[in-house]
Design a binder for this molecule. Structure first.
Ligand code: PEP
Length: 253
């Protein structure tokens, strides 16, 4: 179901003490605030998932993983399966982040397998994609994004889309301080909704939450979130400070 979502990707930051401190800061800062059905999600590192979950228990904060392996179990040293994530009570996983694509060689085909494994285990997928700067400069950004989405998600049946959240993250805006303008975000989000509508139907496309990610900060969040096809944000750097993250959550109200 389409909802407003502000999700924080903590990446490889914060040890267990720092993760609990940040989670406690969020719990305290959000207590008693009216969120108007906005979902708040945080994605700490694997080793801190349980600790953050314990802190978040009873609050509005949902906890998600940043990644997972596509296989159930076996000789995959260093990997974590969907079954392991659900065994600690997780309900969502981020897949396809540009850093996974770039540094760990995650292809659309691999991501399709990961998406299947996540959905088969009842996990919601926050699916990230976005063009690099050269694609935007050469005007290929729409076709790149369309390929990323169709290659990894268009094999799914319509019912599966109830567990998909899309996160458009132009790579040139991630961690660079350079944000897409609200107009650029809206233009791409409307395009994304259109290709989903063309593949499935308009009603399904209207029900998909599409988040923007890329240097989203307290100072620019309100304008970006004001656009009709932007349903919230996936936040990196600004999710590491409780005050900033809360200010971004407030910007969507
Ligand atoms: C991200 O990594 O998902 C992200 C959006 O990072 P930042 O907000 O730091 O650009």
């Amino acid at each position: 179901m389409r909802s407003k979502i502000v999700a924080g990707n903590w990446k490889m930051n914060k040890d267990v003490t720092g993760s609990k401190e940040l989670a406690n800061g969020l719990v305290a800062g959000l207590k008693g605030k009216t969120l108007n059905n906005t979902r708040v999600v945080v994605a700490p590192t694997f080793v801190n998932l349980t600790a953050v979950k314990e802190v978040a228990e009873g609050s509005v904060i949902e906890v998600a993983a940043q990644n997972m392996h596509q296989e159930k179990s076996g000789a995959y040293t260093g990997e974590i399966s969907a079954e392991m994530l659900t065994s600690i009570g997780l309900k969502s996983v981020v897949l396809g982040h540009s850093e996974r694509r770039e540094y760990f060689g995650e292809s659309d085909a691999l991501l399709a397998e990961k998406v299947n494994a996540a959905l088969a285990n009842g996990l919601e997928v926050i699916f990230c994609f976005g063009e690099v700067l050269e694609d935007r400069k050469s005007g290929n950004h729409f076709s790149v994004v369309e390929a990323q989405i169709s290659n990894a998600l268009f094999h799914l049946d319509a019912a599966a889309w109830g567990s998909i959240v899309l996160a458009y993250e132009p790579v040139w805006a991630i961690g660079t301080g350079e944000t897409a303008t609200a107009e650029q975000a809206q233009e791409m989000h409307a395009f994304i909704r259109k290709i989903v509508a063309d593949k499935y139907d308009v009603a399904l496309a209207q029900e998909v939450s599409i988040l923007y990610g890329g240097s989203c900060k307290p100072g620019n969040a309100k304008e970006i979130f004001s656009k009709e096809d932007v349903d919230g944000g996936l936040i990196g750097g600004a999710a590491l400070q409780a005050e900033d993250f809360i200010a971004i959550i407030e910007a969507i109200q």
